[in-house]
Design a binder for this molecule. Structure first.
Ligand SMILES: Nc1nc2c(c(=O)[nH]1)N[C@H]1C(S)=C(S)[C@@H](COP(=O)(O)O)O[C@H]1N2
Ligand SMILES: [Mo]
Length: 221
């Protein structure tokens, strides 16, 4: 835990989720493979779309919205909304797997591929990790390789409509192969780092990587 003044306050839900990590709740001990099973171990399918956040949902007008892409890159980028919309568009259809055990199939996302970001900003060879920073003070960490996944998208739309405020609009990451806490909502900054720097849930007992197929829900220590 940090004393960082930007760290979001504890809520009942964040305390409960920390207790789950401590107790290993929901763990089945199974390992599954995405090729043969669509639903990862310990998950159940839902048709609605639950909202999870830290107890605050920042509202960012498109006119005030900016995205910084910086750290260990050759070309740092500072985008306003029009800059984002001028990028090569991408569409992905993918499943959501939340560590609290719900999964939601077939979500259609429109936005910009993370690979497009990498092509433009060009991470330096020393950059092995990414920290995502959000407008609510949330952070989460990824390896550069996971960030660069082929189906990872910075999404502004879901099912053809702008992503609502509660689900992380104007812009969120969607990284289908990891638990959904890695998919930062209200994205503000993508920072390329030389070292792995655990984020909000990763310092509160959640796994550093979060692969649903390996049931990487919690950290081992
Ligand atoms: N900025 C930010 N991103 C976030 C979170 C958050 O609290 N703040 N919660 C994470 C968690 S734990 C989950 S499960 C998903 C929830 O996304 P949803 O509310 O659209 O279902 O967002 C992730 N991204
Ligand atoms: Mo979550």
């Amino acid at each position: 835990m940090t004393d960082d003044p930007d760290t979001p306050a504890e809520t009942k839900l964040t305390r409960t989720k920390q207790a789950w990590a401590r107790d290993g709740k929901f763990l089945t001990g199974r390992v599954a493979r995405p090729e043969s099973e669509r639903l990862p171990p310990g998950q159940h399918r839902v048709k609605d779309w639950p909202v999870l956040d830290l107890g605050l949902q920042p509202e960012i007008a498109l006119s005030n919205w900016t995205l910084d892409i910086d750290g260990l890159v050759d070309r740092p980028l500072h985008w306003r909304w029009d800059d984002l919309m001028a990028q090569e568009p991408a569409t992905e259809v993918s499943d959501i797997h939340c560590v609290t055990t719900w999964s939601r199939y077939d979500n259609r996302w429109d936005g910009v591929a993370t690979r497009t970001i990498l092509d433009l900003a060009r991470s330096k060879p020393e950059a092995g990790f990414v920290v995502l920073h959000s407008y609510d003070g949330y952070t989460t960490n990824l390896t550069l390789a996971d960030f660069a996944s082929e189906d990872a998208i910075l999404a502004h739309s879901w099912e053809g409509q702008p992503i609502t405020g509660e689900h992380g609009g104007p812009l969120r990451l969607v990284l289908p192969k990891l638990y959904f806490w890695k998919s930062a909502k209200w994205l503000k900054r993508i920072e390329f780092t030389p070292e792995n720097r655990p984020g909000f849930w990763e310092v509160r007992g959640y796994h550093d990587r979060g692969d649903p197929w390996r049931e990487e829900r919690y950290s081992d220590d």
